[in-house]
Ligand binder design. Structure first.
Ligand code: DX5
Ligand code: ZN
Length: 220
């Protein structure tokens, strides 16, 4: 199974954003991951649709937009128009997630659902038909450079089993503390998309950084 690498611009030099994105593309990135934070759902505040537009202009790669905002419905159109390909909402920040996921698809985008480390797999079971990408957080959202939480691995294994058993075509993505060592573990557990901030943009040689993640992921 082919593994996708999604560098997160949160760890890039934002003063050179377009060049950083182009460099990640040239270095072999599959998706570009963009973290939008509102200072409410998470402590940090990052970027919104205007910055997403700048990323859109810099690359043709799929833009994987991770909304860490309360009540994401208010912002879906703006992020869709700014160039998102995948719009992912946090389950814990959304009152009626099925409705919101359906709205994302109605906007012509791939619908992503994100679950925090403490959220059990059962919470997503009846949402699976409405999801294109299921993102399992392997840190508490809010910052790059945090340590991977190994207690999330059993949840990834269970979700992989469900998806395979029921033949559901959902990408299983992980985000937080991914480096070659943890990449091996999450891919062995069943992840197919790896978000990496520090492990790509925090490294001087991005080509080598992406190659190292891919090599570590070659366990599956
Ligand atoms: C954290 C963000 C991540 C972050 C990952 O809340 O969702 O996408 O950029 O950074 P690393 O890979 O450094 O943990
Ligand atoms: Zn993210």
């Amino acid at each position: 199974m082919s593994i996708r690498i999604a560098p997160s611009i949160l760890s890039a030099d934002l003063g050179r954003l377009a060049d950083e994105v182009r460099e990640a593309e040239a270095a072999g990135a599959d998706w570009i991951h963009v973290d939008a934070m509102d200072g409410q759902f998470v402590p940090n505040i990052t970027v919104g649709p205007v910055v997403l537009q700048a990323v859109r202009r810099a690359t043709a790669l799929p833009l994987d937009v991770h909304l860490m905002v309360v009540d994401p419905d208010r912002h879906l159109e703006a992020f869709a128009e700014a160039g998102a390909d995948i719009l992912s909402i946090q389950l814990e920040a959304t009152r009626h997630p099925q409705r919101t996921l359906a709205r994302i698809r109605a906007l012509g985008k791939r619908a992503g659902l994100v679950v925090n480390p403490h959220t059990p797999e059962e919470a997503v079971r009846y949402l699976l038909p409405d999801i294109d990408v299921l993102l399992v957080m392997t840190v508490n959202p809010g910052f790059s450079g945090q340590r991977f939480l190994p207690q999330v691995l059993p949840k990834i294994r269970v979700l992989r089993e469900w998806l395979d058993r029921e033949g559901i075509p959902v990408e299983l993505e992980v985000d937080g503390g991914i480096h070659p060592g943890t990449a091996r573990e999450v891919v062995a557990a069943g992840a197919t998309v790896l978000v990496a901030g520090t492990a790509v943009f925090g490294q001087r040689d991005r080509r080598q950084a992406i190659a190292a993640l891919r090599a570590a992921a070659a366990v599956r």
